[in-house]
Design a protein around this ligand. Structure first.
Ligand code: RIB
Length: 309
């Protein structure tokens, strides 16, 4: 299904080195893993792939190194229906890397080396002004330099392009950036970093959402893990539960949620239906290993949702 609008995604590209272990090693401890995989990841690329597989018409603004894995990743992005013309190859740089441990519960811990992602400078973003101006929505995360996220948001605002930010990994953000955001999608940890409110209940989610509304953000979606999503619009909030599945690996669950959400929003689905669609995509992703290898295609999401009725 084709979407009704154009999407631009700006963000990171990583090669994920994933080791599955019975438990996370403690400091000084060595543990043997039972599965190792190098998979394509990076929050930006994962969200672009999730949107592409769910049916978006999209361009991806990003950087890879001039190495073999960077070239393989670019080829895969094309297979995932993504316009990669705005992906720059950075001479002498390595493609970004993420080292990921996954425990028996499917939880993960991640360390990152930015590599070429650090080269996504405001100048490179401004060179892609036409791509941002031409899009209906711009989706970003925080694995690329913050000043570039700001530069892209400014271009989007000047051209009537909606700004959606998934503020991951967690960090405090300047009010000047928050004021340019139309939709924000933090998880509990990220919401706390942005607002100072510990989000451990629906009431606290509502309190954090109000703070973000007061900073100028119209739609706030706080993801609550297995409890679903707290969404708040014009000061009114509600929790929408997710789907129960057996999780083997939660890498890129949030990224899949964000990419699929954007597709549903561009299709003008009402927000609760768009969240349900995104929940379905994320539910499928957590039943599989890896970041991009776990991201579902549109047919799978539609089939999953049909089976719930
Ligand atoms: O959100 C998951 C992603 O975070 C992984 O693919 C890894 O690359 C890190 O960026």
């Amino acid at each position: 299904m084709a979407t009704h609008g154009k999407l631009a995604v700006l963000g990171s590209i990583n090669a994920d080195h994933i080791l599955n272990l019975p438990a996370f090693p403690r400091p000084g401890e060595t543990l043997q893993g039972d599965h190792y995989q190098v998979a394509f990841g990076g929050k930006g690329a994962n969200q672009a792939v999730a949107a592409g597989r769910a049916g978006a018409q999209l361009s991806f603004i990003a950087c890879v190194g001039d190495d073999a894995i960077g070239e393989r990743i670019r080829q895969q992005l094309v297979q995932d229906k993504i316009d990669t013309a705005p992906v720059s190859v950075i001479a002498g740089e390595a493609t970004g890397v993420a080292l990921i441990f996954v425990n028996a519960e499917g939880e993960n811990v991640i360390g990152i080396y930015p590599g070429a992602n650090a080269a996504l400078t405001p100048e490179r973003v401004r060179a892609q002004q036409a791509t941002i101006a031409d899009a209906d929505a711009l989706l970003m995360q925080l694995e690329t330099p913050l000043e570039s996220v700001m530069a892209a948001a400014k271009i989007a605002r000047a051209h009537g392009t909606q700004v959606i930010v998934n503020p991951a990994p967690a960090c405090a953000l300047p009010d000047s950036l928050l004021a340019m955001i139309d939709v924000i999608t933090p998880n509990e940890t990220e919401a706390e970093a942005l607002t100072g409110v510990r989000v451990d209940s629906d009431e606290k989610a509502a309190e954090a959402a109000q703070i973000l509304h007061h900073k100028g953000i119209g739609r706030v979606l706080i993801t609550l893990g297995s409890r679903g999503v707290w969404f708040s619009e014009q000061g009114r909030g509600e929790r929408i539960a997710g789907f129960r599945v057996k999780a083997v690996d939660t890498i890129a669950a949030g990224d899949t949620f964000n990419g699929a959400l954007l597709v549903a929003l561009l299709e003008q689905q009402p927000l609760p239906a768009a969240i349900r669609f995104a929940h379905a995509a994320a539910a499928i992703a957590v039943t599989r290993r890896g970041a991009q290898p776990s991201v579902p295609w549109r047919e799978e999401i539609d089939r999953f949702l049909a089976a719930q009725e």
